[in-house]
Design a protein around this ligand. Structure first.
Ligand SMILES: [Zn+2]
Length: 181
């Protein structure tokens, strides 16, 4: 079962919402007990980049929960009004102060349990003028040998980095689609 967001109150009128299967539907939806508004919940997209400079990749040390103090690729929730590419570049700028050129979609990972889809692009750093924002304690480059595998914040980050170093050894980068349990 996905244990994601649970809606307790109606977003339209503020009254109590209860989960029930609406007529002509087959899933429980949060339904307002007063105005009957049905609140549909769908997965969220997390977009980010795998920024590379020569043989090193950029990671950010998280200054926010969850996973405070652990390392991540720059990534975050996609905003309305932007494309996945724009969102990935915005998050990279916000979390690392890094300007990148995208080099193609790299991983698409379903995280069904928490109702998220994580999308990472390979990216080339345009310069080393890093400036971590308020969401990061630090942003720095790591060689493969330096990657803090035991201090990574998310499994999708680990998967993306594993694919990257394996692909780099083979000299070709394909799209990797997978599911994280
Ligand atoms: Zn209502």
């Amino acid at each position: 079962m996905w244990e994601t967001r649970r809606i307790k109150f109606c977003r339209a009128c503020g009254a109590e919402a209860r989960y029930a299967i609406p007529a002509d539907d087959n899933r429980e939806r949060a339904t307002c007990t007063v105005c009957s508004t049905i609140h549909y919940e769908n997965p969220l997209n997390v977009v980010g980049t795998l920024p590379v400079w020569e043989d090193r990749v950029l990671l950010c040390k998280r200054a926010i929960e969850p996973r405070y103090g652990l390392w991540t690729l720059p990534a975050g929730f996609m905003e309305l009004g932007e494309t996945t590419e724009q969102g990935a570049m915005r998050e990279t700028l916000e979390e690392a102060g890094a300007r990148v050129e995208l080099q193609g979609l790299y991983t698409l990972l379903n995280v069904v349990r928490i109702g998220q889809v994580h999308i990472f692009y390979r990216a080339r750093l345009l310069d080393l003028d890093l400036d971590p924002g308020t969401e990061s304690l630090e942003a720095r480059l790591f060689t493969e040998a330096e990657i803090p595998w035991d201090e990574l914040a998310f499994r999708t980050v680990r998967e993306t980095l594993k694919h990257y170093f394996a692909d780099r050894r083979e000299g070709r980068f394909g799209l990797h689609v997978g599911d994280i349990g």
